[in-house]
Design a binder for this molecule. Structure first.
Ligand code: HGY
Ligand code: MN
Ligand code: MN
Length: 397
């Protein structure tokens, strides 16, 4: 089976046009945006052309389905509010190209998927979480984005079918993805075969104090929601010191102050609190630290604290057999230029692993940059990754 790298790169660049923004190859294509819906319509046409009847599921995840039992390849085509051209899109287009090459070679049967809202505009890998059954469609519909829009409202704007694709038609799932970190690029290696994917917890927390005049309100009389957030952040950084490892990460990436004005003491601060680690016990311990610290700061600062719904995924090991096939193929196509490595980023493969064996392979991210317009990978590395994926599928066939 010989993938056509020219066709592959041409489709990658064509997909990039949907939501092209910012510098270089930046893309803005959030789940359910006009650019996302148009990109999925274009993908559906490509799946049709490849002889893979397109099927949208109720969340808007788009499948290209081979007849009978098949291996599923794919990723997601939605992006972060500011994203790159490869995060997710690479895995979808590589899957399409391997599916076409497999068909041209007379097999094996390959189906393709672009999951919806992997980037969590509404939750955490929402489309594959609903497809895999870890989140009900009913609960997903109630999720809101950072501007308060519900997922139900958003998905009403796109073509969705009533039925979910039955996972039992697939024999396994392989996702190709950019590393989104520095290690392959730093080592000058071409391929990473993923051993495991970290677990994650994500929630919104709100401190509510008292909105007041920034000039006439003495500091000792204030109930300043931002001061509470500042004290909370300092407290968790201190208390995490004897809980975390150098690989553990935690992020406050979104903060909304109300009323968000220069001359007003903020009455409320709503912020995202996200943490990730390869160990579920450590994730649980960090949750305790977060809740204890927020509650104590609220008491000390005379503000109220409320915790939103916590979403999360457990750490997951990649399937040994599928991983072995990827390692074999990496040795063929990138001898002595590949490594085994964990994934610090989340992927749909975590949800898909509830139903079938899964594995992942990475290609390098230049300067380790991702979730930014500057995200990029050399064409040579993209093609090597495609060859490793095709070689693995040919072995499975
Ligand atoms: O955040 C993540 O790890 C993924 O890129 N959504
Ligand atoms: Mn991704
Ligand atoms: Mn991402």
């Amino acid at each position: 089976m010989i993938p056509n790298s020219t066709r592959f790169l041409s489709d990658l660049h064509e997909l990039r046009q949907f939501g092209a923004a910012g510098v270089g190859k930046g893309v803005v294509r959030p789940a359910y945006s006009a650019a996302d819906i148009a990109a999925r319509a274009w993908l559906a046409g490509k799946f049709e052309e490849a002889g893979l009847p397109p099927h949208y599921d109720p969340m808007g995840s788009l499948f290209g389905l081979a007849d009978g039992p098949s291996i599923l390849l794919g990723s997601h085509s939605d992006t972060q509010p500011e994203g790159g051209w490869l995060d997710g899109a690479l895995g979808v287009i590589a899957a399409l190209e391997v599916a076409r090459a497999a068909k041209e070679a007379g097999g094996p049967a390959v189906s393709v998927v672009s999951f919806q809202d992997e980037e969590g505009r509404f939750g955490v890998t929402t489309g594959s979480a609903v497809w895999s059954g870890s989140l009900s469609l009913e609960d997903a519909d109630k999720l809101t984005d950072r501007d308060g829009a519900t997922l139900a409202e958003a998905r009403a704007a796109m073509p969705t079918a009533s039925a979910f694709v039955d996972p039992s038609r697939f024999t396994g799932f392989i996702e190709m993805h950019i590393e989104q970190g520095p290690w392959l690029d730093e080592a000058g290696e071409a391929v990473g075969v993923v051993t495991d994917i970290v677990g994650i917890r994500d929630m919104r927390i709100t401190f509510e104090g008292e909105q007041n005049h920034a000039g006439t309100t003495p500091m000792h009389l204030r109930r300043d929601a931002f001061q509470a957030l500042g004290a909370f952040n300092a407290a968790i950084n201190e208390r995490f010191r004897n809980v975390v490892t150098p690989q553990t990460v935690w992020t406050i990436g979104h903060v909304k102050l109300h009323p968000d004005a220069h001359s007003i003491v903020p009455g409320s601060a709503t912020f995202s609190m996200q943490w990730r680690d390869r160990d579920s016990t450590r994730l649980a311990r960090m949750e305790e630290v977060i809740r204890e610290a927020a509650t104590q700061v609220a008491r000390e600062q005379g503000v109220r604290v409320s915790f939103g719904q916590m979403l999360g995924l457990e750490p997951v090991q990649m399937d040994a057999k599928l991983r072995g096939v990827l390692e074999e193929s990496a040795e063929q196509s990138a001898a002595r230029s590949w490594r085994k490595m964990p994934s610090g980023a989340l992927h749909d493969a975590t949800n898909v692993s509830r139903h079938m064996p899964v594995a992942m392979l990475f290609v390098p991210s230049i300067n380790g940059i991702s979730h930014a317009f500057e995200e990029d990978t050399s064409e040579a590395d993209l093609i090597t990754g495609l060859e490793v994926l095709a070689g693995a599928v040919a072995q499975l066939g």
